[in-house]
Design a protein around this ligand. Structure first.
Ligand code: 13P
Length: 288
């Protein structure tokens, strides 16, 4: 069932667990994530970056694919299609295309401009019954061309953005997109705690979910994180399983070159990664 992310995240925040946002790249990704969410009775958010949206032949194609799968695969758990790190224009396009949720990443603007643009988009999204995420303090690293320096958010700025009525807030707390370097200082729980104190019931979003140790994930959830984004980890498991298949020469045996066979181990690997994350985040069984 395609829904806005608002209700599932409010429930997660109140219930002290987190809903996973898993970014999609193609049909295999989408199918693996949806089937796992259904099997585990977990709500789920499908993240679509602007680059991935373009790769998948546009936002309307994505919405058509997801809606088709929800019906044909009998997916009854709550599912949101969410624009990840959207520009102002990208947000407007996704509202048009039938997404159920958007993220406006105005973290690279001066705070006044971030507030102004977020405010406009909150109204547009809410008029359509969609949820909206905003960001304060950038997430480090690079994702699909969006590059962040990784500075920690100012809790007062978080409050200013939260007060605009966004449904979820991404606050930079030392998290990074992609793999974490060996010398990573870890998440700043001090910042997270201060942000949560200023923003109350607001579901907080932890980007850069790949490679964060389990104890840090659990602590972040205990401090108000209700949505955790995972992208790179599914890519790594897909690539490893595909590599193993090819290195074993299986693509050269019988009809092993058939894309339905060639991509199957990768698709299964994505399912295993998503399952592991949903169990860690505590969202299993929450859609029953
Ligand atoms: P990772 O690729 O590090 O898992 O980050 C995903 C993310 O935050 C998407 O916005």
């Amino acid at each position: 069932m395609l829904v806005s992310a608002k209700e599932m995240l409010q429930k997660a925040k109140a219930g002290h667990y987190a809903v996973g946002q898993f970014n999609i790249n193609n049909l295999e990704w989408t199918k693996s994530i949806l089937l796992t969410a259904q099997e585990l009775k977990s709500p789920v958010i499908l993240g679509v970056s602007e680059g991935a949206g373009k790769y998948m032949a546009g936002y309307k194609t994505v919405v058509g694919m997801v809606n088709g799968m929800l019906e044909e695969l009998n997916i009854t758990v709550p599912v949101a299609i969410h624009l990840d790190h959207g520009s102002y224009e990208g947000c407007l396009k996704c509202v048009e295309a039938g997404f159920s949720s958007i993220m406006f990443d105005g973290s690279h603007y001066p705070i006044d401009e971030n507030v102004e643009k977020t405010k406009e988009l909150v109204k547009i999204a809410h008029d359509k019954g969609m949820s909206i995420e905003a960001e304060v303090g950038s997430i480090g690293g690079e994702e699909d061309g969006v590059i962040g320096a990784g500075e920690c958010a100012d809790p007062n700025e978080c409050k200013a953005i939260a007060d605009l009525g966004v449904d979820m807030l991404a606050a930079g707390i030392g998290n990074i997109h992609g793999k974490y370097p060996d010398n990573w200082a870890g998440l700043s729980f001090e910042t997270l705690d201060a942000v949560q104190q200023k923003t109350g019931d607001m579901p907080l979003v932890l980007h850069g979910g790949t490679g964060i140790p389990e104890d840090m994930i659990k602590k972040a959830i205990s401090l108000g994180v209700a949505k955790i984004n995972v992208n790179t980890e599914c890519q790594l498991s897909f690539a490893a399983a595909t590599r193993e298949y090819i290195e074993a020469g299986k693509d050269q045996q019988g009809k092993g070159f058939d894309p339905r066979k060639l991509l199957a181990p990768g698709a299964e690997a994505i399912k295993a990664t998503v399952k592991e994350k949903m169990e860690l985040f505590g969202s299993v069984g929450k859609a029953e």
